[in-house]
Design a protein around this ligand. Sequence first.
Ligand SMILES: C[S@@+](CC[C@H](N)C(=O)[O-])C[C@H]1O[C@@H](n2cnc3c(N)ncnc32)[C@H](O)[C@@H]1O
Length: 298
Amino acid sequence: MSEPGRRAGPDAATVHARNRRSWNAVTPAHQAHKQDQAGFLRGGGSTLFPEELELLGDVAGLDVVHLQCNCGQDSLSIAARGARVVGVDLADAAIDEARALSAASGIPARFERSEVVAWLAATARGGAPRFDVAFASYGALPWIPDLTAWVRGAAGVLRPGGRLAILEFHPFAWCVSATGEVVEPYFDDRPIEEPDGVRDYVGAAGDGLAPMGFRAADPDFHNPEPAVCFQWTVAGLLQAICDAGLRLTTIREWAHANGCPILGERMRKAGRRFYRAAGVPELPLMLGVVAERAPETT
Ligand SMILES: C[S@@+](CC[C@H](N)C(=O)[O-])C[C@H]1O[C@@H](n2cnc3c(N)ncnc32)[C@H](O)[C@@H]1O
């Protein structure tokens, strides 16, 4: 059994190198499905869902770091709400896309290509904490082999009173089949090998992940680069938050998944929300957490 919050298996450098290749390979396939993103953002469009807006709160005038920002659509949607945003991601292709989208949309934000835990540690070492909000969402945590270090790192870049806001797919959702049988362990300390790499989940979601308009693109995309990911339980995340000295202020669960039919859910409701099929018992499909760094005392 590995320590809670940290996984045995391939060393972190090997995990990140593999995942960097896999995300680089899949990024053009994902992007090919999205129509005019810059025009969408310029016209006031946003890729954020109400659930993360609730967790983020009012960000106007705040410094926000978007962890694992992918191609930056959400980062720029946050910036458009008046925040100064820095986005960090491992994938070269994703950061190139994010920078290009910032330039094309005219929405300023800074994007840095880096492994996130290393970036957080270097940033914390570099001087006074400078972010009011650290934000991560929709498939960020499963790529992290050391969740304790990730949460500690995020806490370390927050100003006193700053908050960590996480909107994730619920870890229990990865354990059940479309019909509700438990097919994968909820408690799983092993690295999870993905021989087919990061999938084209944007194509599979139809317009669920493309509010700017969906294009069918290559239906036969196959990722040649395998990936490796990790299962983090709710308790694993909350314990990492406690251990980092943050105070939990919000915890939410939802019976739908935004944008993605992650369990093959066929019931789609307004707002690109995917529920389990009618007649199949509901399960938690998304998890929301906000935790605060203690305010400065005088
Ligand atoms: C599912 S995406 C997150 C989507 C994101 N919430 C958004 O706004 O589009 C996961 C991202 O994590 C990044 N990633 C994976 N491992 C990472 C690491 N160790 N450090 C930084 N980024 C990482 C991938 O490159 C990918 O862009």
